[in-house]
Design a protein around this ligand. Structure first.
Ligand code: PEP
Ligand code: MG
Length: 582
């Protein structure tokens, strides 16, 4: 591999997705494609050592797979891996690869992939059916060896050392299975600020950027790169001076975070004494410790699908109950708002059918109402957990009254069923809906009559209201929350809830934006739920404003037809108050 210092520093502009700056070795997470670089080497022996290590790792991986499959499905099903182990022992293949390294003085991964491709082609063209089929075994095993040589994988798994995750597209299920302690930052070619992977990166508290054009072609595994999630920048081949600057600014950001966290001692009230409510968005029990430290007022959004994404499957009632009960216990008497399964859209499980238009397809409540056993299993687990502490349930992707009525009926049926088993909620369950589809905003008044509360999902609401895919970097500039249609719609929803006497919170990403939080309260939101890292700064701004200030800001936003002017007004409201920040 070429030395990073030999190449000039290069700055790639992209979309900032999660704050913070970090640098480290790139770990390429590639789906179905492996980039193999070619470079001259001096030390043939070192290449042999690398190959031996990759062969040993591959041997171990295949043996583990073999044992796992044998245990699960039986020895006959596991035989395929014996064939794979034989490919690995093929002296001719390894001999040819090393002969090429020696004669051409080229790096091992280049020689290995050249020889392996030739083997695959020869087998694929043989007349004998049996031998021809062996080409797929060779492809599989050599692909694995190459992965191990390159330090990449086609699926999320341990990177082995703290790394910057570089990917074309990072699915929510990839992100959910990333080992939290080993991710320094995330950079992807596709995506937008509100794609679920970006949301997860913010929850993981790692810097992230999305929409980095050409990234995969420009980065090789192990290259040191900088990810600046504040400015929306990736720096390739960073100079020593750049790395020093990054070190200083990360240390400063860490100090600032600590100081902001220390500002959470007094009650959550503005300078006029008006209270405000900040809650946490979580994806599982692990997120709760930080939420408690940040003094969140309970959980406003528990994305229950994260468990499904982590295991890439359908957990049974016992597995769900164990996780939900842990969350309720850790919340320590504070209310937890369970959002029922929101799978679909960009949050797909491996067995999902491909849809032409997944964000408008078989997603969330639609799937649950169609597949009542999946819904019942989840509701049983949630209702059982509600015997341990206060729980609310909210339904995602509601577009009309009938869906809410059917969802409520499903909850009531489960409650009756569990009561017969001697289980009942600690306090009556509160049932609400997410307002994230335009039709729901139009009939907000009728929906409010059916619910105990609303929570606005601005991530989806903006995408559906403006017809702009929330995860597509090519239309990122059109994803404009400050569009007057959005501001007006939000105000109408808050008013509809208030006139029916139910609370309306916001749990989309706007709630955790320092510019937007005061506006949402000014427009009439009752609570704001956000990923925990966003809480301290939002609290800092809200503590330094009055409800009258926020309503005046809402007046400015409602009167504006220019999203740029609105955003500027929001930014200056926040930065005026952040000026005294530690
Ligand atoms: C939303 O759409 O704003 C929301 C909170 O839900 P999600 O981001 O999980 O779709
Ligand atoms: Mg949503």
């Amino acid at each position: 591999m070429e030395g990073a210092t030999a190449r000039p520093e290069r700055v790639l502009r992209c979309i900032a997705a999660a704050p913070g700056v970090a640098y480290g070795p790139a770990y390429l997470l590639l789906e179905g494609m492996v980039k193999v670089s070619k470079y001259a080497i001096e030390d043939v022996k070192a290449e042999q050592v690398r190959l031996d290590a990759a062969l040993e790792t591959t041997r171990r991986q295949i043996s583990e797979l073999r044992d796992e499959v044998a245990g699960r499905l039986g020895d006959a099903e596991a035989e395929i891996f014996d064939a794979h182990l034989l490919v690995l022992e093929d002296a001719a293949l390894v001999g040819e690869v090393m002969a090429m390294v020696k004669s051409q003085k080229l790096n091992i991964e280049h020689c290995f992939s050249t020889v392996a491709d030739r083997y695959i082609e020869i087998f694929a063209n043989l007349d004998d059916d049996y031998l021809r089929e062996r080409s797929s075994d060779i492809r599989d095993v050599t692909g694995r060896i190459l992965d191990n040589l390159l330090g990449v994988t086609s699926r999320a798994r341990k990177a082995g050392e703290p790394s910057i995750i570089v990917a074309g597209d990072l699915t929510p299920s990839d992100t959910a299975s990333l080992p939290a302690g080993e991710v320094l930052a995330i950079a992807t070619e596709s995506g937008n600020r509100t794609s679920h992977s970006a949301i997860m990166a913010r929850a993981l508290e790692v810097p992230a950027v999305v929409g980095v054009h050409g990234l995969i072609d420009l980065v090789s595994a192990g290259d040191t790169i900088v990810v600046d999630g504040d400015e929306g920048v990736v720096i390739l081949n960073p100079s020593a001076a750049t790395l020093e600057r990054v070190r200083l600014s990360s240390a400063q950001a860490a100090r600032r975070r600590e100081a902001l966290l220390a500002d959470n001692g007094s009650p959550d009230v503005g300078t006029d004494g008006s209270p405000f409510v900040l809650q946490a968005n979580i994806g599982g029990p692990d997120d709760l410790e930080d939420a408690v430290i940040a003094k969140a007022h309970g959980v406003g959004l528990y994305r229950t699908e994260n468990l499904f994404l982590r295991i890439d499957g359908w957990p049974d009632e016992a597995t769900q109950y164990a996780e939900y009960a842990e969350v309720v216990r850790k919340a320590n008497g504070q209310a937890v708002t369970f959002r029922t399964l929101d799978i679909g859209g960009d949050k797909q499980l491996g067995d999902a059918e491909v849809e032409a238009n997944p964000f408008m397809g078989f997603r969330a409540l639609r799937l649950c109402l169609e597949q009542p056993e999946i819904f019942r299993t989840q509701l049983r687990a949630i209702v059982r957990a509600s015997a341990l502490g206060p729980v609310s349930i909210m339904f995602p992707m509601v577009s009309g009254l009938d869906e809410v009525r059917r969802a409520k009926a499903a909850v009531h049926a489960v409650v009756t069923e569990l009561q017969a088993e001697g289980i009942r909620p600690m306090i009556p369950l509160r049932l609400g809906v997410m307002i994230e589809i335009p039709s729901a905003t139009v009939i907000a008044d009728a929906l409010a009559a059916e619910c105990d509360f609303f929570s606005v999902g601005t991530n989806d609401l903006v995408q559906y209201l403006l017809a702009v895919d929330r995860g597509n970097e090519r239309v990122a500039s059109l994803y404009e929350p400050a569009h007057p249609a959005v501001v007006l719609t939000l105000q109408r929803v808050f008013q509809a809830a208030r006139s029916r006497g139910i609370p309306c919170g916001v749990c989309g990403e706007l709630a955790g934006d320092v510019g937007w939080a005061p506006l949402l309260l000014g427009l009439g939101a009752d609570s704001l739920s956000m990923s925990t890292p966003a809480i301290p700064e939002v609290r800092y701004v809200l503590r330094r404003s009055t409800q009258a200030d926020r309503e005046a800001l809402a007046g400015v936003a409602l009167a504006s037809v220019d999203p740029v002017a609105t955003t500027l007004a929001l930014r200056s409201f926040a930065s005026d108050r952040l000026r005294s920040r530690p």
